[in-house]
Design a protein around this ligand. Structure first.
Ligand SMILES: *[C@@H]1O[C@H](CO)[C@@H](O)[C@H](O)[C@H]1NC(C)=O
Ligand SMILES: *[C@@H]1O[C@H](CO)[C@@H](O)[C@H](O)[C@H]1NC(C)=O
Ligand SMILES: *[C@@H]1O[C@H](CO)[C@@H](O)[C@H](O)[C@H]1NC(C)=O
Ligand SMILES: *[C@@H]1O[C@H](CO)[C@@H](O)[C@H](O)[C@H]1NC(C)=O
Length: 332
């Protein structure tokens, strides 16, 4: 009893001193949520896509669950002919029009720059409805000397409704590239890799990845994850070097992105939105959607340090976000 109340006391104290809200409750299958991407179907059901299991799909009536495992989005793996095409990463789901959904994904292997981004399409989000369209013509490799790693895709439209992809990881950081769309093939493609623009980079610590951009009140908010993502059960990085969620913003999708202190995010800038606190360790792989009442929600994965640190124990976390404090996102 004493031990339990002492632990509760310590975790409560650290929650209060860190100032971060704890994740909202989650029921059902909340683990196996590496790099989640969530969308709400028109019938109200939430669908969650995540790394591994050839893009695992879970569904729930509310963000709190109960989450149920449905199956693989791309059960035969990707048609992209690269190592990793049976272990797809970092999916990103988006609605295309009233009748179709697009799922971007990455093909790579851990720590490698030999990577490519692929695309699948479905009329309904359900398993057995996805068609793999293969590569979007965005790849990277040491021999082609690309400055980025072609992983972690996220679709975004500018004010003129031109489609872009933000993506990237390590090497020279986070990039943005225009996409063209073909109504005959239903496919987005990159027409010229020369059009990639660097949005964020830290010269002293290249460990940034997993970007996504959210438009609010005239600003494009660039969220990304920084630090060591994985394998915390085998070796944990120095305190503060584990995954955390950062933000920069710009009035122009193509940049320049700056942090709260006005620092250029191509030169080490970035403001922390969420980091380890209490029993929440290594939050990252984030995304933003509009929840009930149109209020923004930030979701992410983390490990619960009371339970375990293995990659398979990554849990779904989510919090409401306000942009009321000087126009910068705060989890509440
Ligand atoms: C933006 O483009 C998408 C894809 O082409 C289209 O579905 C959507 O209706 C467009 N939105 C606006 C506001 O024009
Ligand atoms: C929606 O997009 C799909 C895939 O590109 C296309 O087949 C369909 O005709 C589109 N529907 C409408 C209503 O635009
Ligand atoms: C793919 O990218 C290459 C290099 O940027 C370009 O030359 C080619 O036209 C692109 N292909 C398509 C189908 O967009
Ligand atoms: C954004 O920046 C680009 C490149 O500097 C510029 O061409 C474009 O006009 C800008 N767009 C807006 C909406 O300011």
């Amino acid at each position: 009893m004493i031990t339990i109340s002492l632990i509760w006391g310590i975790s409560l104290l650290s929650t209060l001193t860190s100032g971060y809200a704890l994740p909202e409750p989650c029921s059902g299958v909340c683990v196996n949520t590496h790099d989640p991407s969530i969308i709400r179907h028109s019938d109200g059901t939430y669908f969650r896509f995540s790394t591994g299991g050839r893009i695992a799909i879970h569904a729930a009536p509310t963000l709190n669950g109960p989450w149920i495992y449905k199956g693989a989005a791309i059960p035969r793996g990707s048609s992209i002919n690269l190592p990793g095409n049976q272990d797809l990463w970092a999916p990103e789901i988006s609605r295309h029009n009233s009748t179709h959904y697009h799922l971007f994904y990455s093909v790579s292997t851990f720590g490698s720059q030999t990577s490519a981004i692929g695309l699948a399409i479905s009329p309904s989000l359900d398993i057995n409805t996805w068609t793999d369209l293969g590569s979007i013509n965005l790849s990277s490799s040491p021999s082609s000397k690309t400055p980025y790693n072609a992983i972690d895709p996220s679709l975004i439209y500018d004010q003129a409704n031109t489609s872009y992809l933000t993506f990237g990881s390590f090497w020279k950081g986070i990039y943005l590239i225009p996409l063209s769309y073909s109504t005959t093939t239903s496919k987005f493609t990159v027409t010229s890799s020369n059009q990639a623009i660097q949005l964020a980079f830290d010269p002293s610590d290249a460990a940034i990845e997993g970007p996504n951009i959210y438009f609010k009140n005239g600003f494009f908010y660039l969220f990304f994850s920084k630090g060591a993502c994985c394998g915390y059960d085998r070796s944990r990085p120095a305190k503060g070097k584990e995954y955390r969620i950062m933000v920069c913003r710009s009035t122009n999708l193509t940049g320049v992105y700056r942090d709260k202190n006005g620092r250029d995010c191509r030169n080490g800038g970035g403001t922390v939105v969420l980091e380890s606190h209490g029993w929440v360790y290594g939050p990252g792989g984030q995304g933003i959607i509009e929840g009930e009442g149109g209020r923004p929600v930030m979701y992410y994965h983390y490990v619960d340090s009371r339970v375990g640190f293995a990659d398979g124990q990554k849990r779904l976390g989510w919090n409401w976000v306000t942009f009321d404090v000087g126009g910068w996102p705060v989890v509440v």
